[in-house]
Design a protein around this ligand. Structure first.
Ligand SMILES: [Zn+2]
Ligand SMILES: [Zn+2]
Length: 110
């Protein structure tokens, strides 16, 4: 699971929809009280931004004419599985470099 945290307009269809699904999976993980520590250590997720980021992605999806029919369930930010990591921020410059190294379609959206 990865929250790229790069501007949504710079993401190809595959990566935009991929991050969207992964945010839903991340919420599921937190609701099941599974540890997210590994994702934090690898700088893959930004817990505090889950809902804002989901909203931005959904707006971009609708703008591009994709569907969104899945409400994002509510998580409790004071749960022990998420609370210690609330201040973690993804290094979005590094993340963007990872993305464009890996994906030509994202690279072309510059
Ligand atoms: Zn959604
Ligand atoms: Zn891409």
């Amino acid at each position: 699971m990865r929250m790229w945290m790069v501007p949504v307009s710079k993401m190809c269809r595959k990566h935009l929809l991929g991050e969207h699904v992964e945010i839903h999976m991340l919420v599921g993980t937190i609701l099941r009280e599974r540890s997210i520590e590994g994702y934090i250590k690898n700088d893959l997720i930004e817990p505090k931004s889950i809902y804002k980021r989901h909203q931005e992605i959904v707006e971009e999806m609708l703008k591009r004419g994709y569907n969104h029919n899945s409400p994002l369930l509510e998580i409790n930010f004071s749960s022990k599985v998420i609370k210690p990591y609330l201040e973690h921020k993804v290094d979005s410059k590094k993340s963007y470099l990872d993305l464009i190294i890996r994906c030509k379609d994202c690279r072309d959206l510059k």
